[in-house]
Write a protein that binds this ligand. Structure first.
Ligand code: NAP
Length: 247
């Protein structure tokens, strides 16, 4: 087993997750590209390897228990360690307000954005516990902030969606609870908002002209949390400007 740190990023075949993998890989971390589709994952791995990055694909649908269990066995066998888990995979199924949302839309958002994070985190905790510096970074959104969604001065106030924002609120709360449970260990568990980024999740035609930035920039805040030293924070929320309070 090499001394090189290993990071698993869920939903890393494209979007923000891919850029996190690229930037973490460029620091010398061995990156595992979580992808629910093997071919899309392999294409991402091929790109990263062509840039000199050590990368492998891990087939991982965060909503499927059997697939998660196989992913754990794969990582256990090779590379045999895990130091960083980035729970990045996410979906945004529509923006219906509470009175219009369907329970199916709510379930879909929570399956991936909340239950998927719990399932993947708990499955990989035994491997992370073997690391001297285990780090978990949850990718949330300012839209999940109870403060921002209730503040008319916030840019997120206007979005009155039920499914996606509340799923990210639940993810924020879970981050606090994991950090508390792991507070007497070397773990650091934090949650970040990547900012508004031009990706498939943000929607077709969402680009700089509509206020969305390059997804590559989102990786910097994730890297900061993934590579925290022993005195770094835990159970906190960060965006590109630093710690966000209240959240
Ligand atoms: N873009 C923004 O403005 C923004 C703002 C705030 C927060 N975020 C958060 O950033 C994260 C990444 O989003 P993005 O903008 O980069 O979106 P994206 O380009 O659509 O990428 C989403 C990734 O998640 C994967 N995914 C979706 N469901 C999955 C599942 N069940 N199992 C495994 N992987 C799954 C997708 O895989 P497939 O390719 O197979 O679909 C894809 O790799 C999300 O958590 C999102 O909520 C984004």
């Amino acid at each position: 087993m090499s001394d090189r740190k290993v990071a698993l990023i869920t939903g890393a075949n494209k979007g923000i997750g891919f850029h996190v993998a690229r930037k973490l890989g460029a620091t010398g971390v061995h990156v595992l590209i979580g992808s629910r589709d093997r071919e899309r994952g392999e294409a991402a791995v091929a790109t990263l390897r062509s840039e000199g990055i050590t990368a492998d694909v891990v087939v991982l649908d965060v909503t499927k228990a059997d697939v998660i269990a196989s992913a754990v066995e794969q990582v256990k066998a090779k590379p045999g360690r895990l130091d960083i888990l980035v729970n990045n995979a996410g979906i945004a199924p529509g923006n219906a307000p509470p009175s219009k949302v369907t329970v199916d839309e709510m379930r879909a958002a929570y399956e991936t954005n909340v239950f998927g994070v719990v399932a993947v985190t708990n499955a990989f905790l035994p491997l992370l516990r073997l690391s001297p510096t285990p780090r978990i970074v949850n990718v949330s959104s300012g839209l999940g902030s109870l403060t921002m969604m209730n503040d008319p001065a916030s840019r997120w106030y206007a979005l009155n969606g039920a499914a996606y924002p509340t799923s990210k609120s639940a993810l924020d709360a879970l981050t606090i609870q994991y950090a508390k449970e792991l507070r007497d260990t070397p773990f650091k568990v934090n949650v970040i908002c990547p900012g508004y980024r031009a990706t498939d999740l943000a929607g077709p035609g969402v680009n700089a002209s509509r206020g969305a930035s390059d997804p590559a920039g989102a990786a910097d805040i994730v890297l900061k949390m993934a590579l925290l030293g022993p005195d770094g924070p835990t159970g906190q929320f960060f965006d590109s400007a630093g710690a966000v309070n209240p959240w």
